[in-house]
Design a protein around this ligand. Structure first.
Ligand SMILES: *Cc1c(COP(=O)(O)O)cnc(C)c1O
Length: 234
């Protein structure tokens, strides 16, 4: 077995046991393989093991890989920060966009989504730990943003996404994810299609699954440590 195959296997087991330990059906949880900075061959190796959902952060790099891998049936997720003048490439090339945190971005994605494609699935990013430096809308602004986004054609509001403050303390991890679950429950009566909680990374996936995550975004645990990447210049 290749290194990636082995690690993928371990991550799947970890998701399964986190689900079962928390009385959840493992099938409710999608593994999103975060492939930023990885070469296309690594994605192919994971694909050969049945992995279908891949998350990318850097636009130009992701467009190169989407072109190189267009013989595969990959579901592409954009999970990085996005400037509003770069929305078109996401609207035209991705299946999911996880980091919408203001109406301007949603409106542009809505206008730019080609009519020939199904609606772009949208997660609203929430700054759940309310860190000054982080992107994401505040929990207080979320209901209004969700209501406005839900009206737009060409995109479909599917869920909420968060990158909580990094901490090794399981109690703090649980608190942040629990707060996300509460926000989802508050919105669901108005937005029944909001079935996705994109939360949990290599370091906090157990807590995220315990609190209701439906999509864990895992990079390092599948592909190994990344070499540092400083900017997305393109
Ligand atoms: C890089 C990244 C991940 C994956 O992080 P790992 O620690 O490598 O699992 C998940 N979500 C987002 C938004 C990321 O940028």
């Amino acid at each position: 077995m290749s290194r990636i195959a082995e690690k993928l296997c371990i991550v799947r087991e970890q998701i399964n046991s986190a689900a079962v330990n928390n009385h959840r059906n493992p099938e409710e949880i999608t593994l999103l393989a975060v492939s930023k900075t990885r070469p296309s061959e690594d994605l192919r190796a994971a694909y050969a093991e049945g992995q279908r959902d891949f998350g990318e952060n850097y636009l130009q790099e992701s467009l190169d890989k989407i072109a190189e891998l267009n013989d595969l049936e990959i579901c592409w997720h954009f999970i990085g920060p996005l400037q509003s003048n770069k929305t078109r490439a996401v609207a035209e090339n991705f299946d999911w966009m996880h980091t919408v945190d203001r109406l301007k971005i949603a409106k542009r994605l809505s206008e730019q989504r080609p009519a020939t494609l199904p609606p772009l699935n949208i997660c609203l990013q929430v700054n759940i730990s309310e860190e000054a430096s982080k992107s994401g809308c505040t929990p207080a602004d979320l209901p209004e943003l969700a209501a406005a986004v839900a009206q737009l054609p060409g995109i479909q509001l599917r869920g909420l996404m968060a990158i909580p403050k990094a901490t090794d303390n399981p109690d703090e991890q649980h608190q942040a994810f629990q707060a996300m679950k509460k926000l989802q429950q508050q919105l669901q009566p108005l937005h029944p299609q909001l079935d996705t909680l994109s939360m949990g990374m290599s370091g906090d996936m157990d807590a995220a699954i315990a609190e209701g995550s439906t999509m864990v975004r895992i990079g390092t645990a599948i592909f190994g440590a990344r070499s540092p990447k400083t900017t997305d210049s393109k």
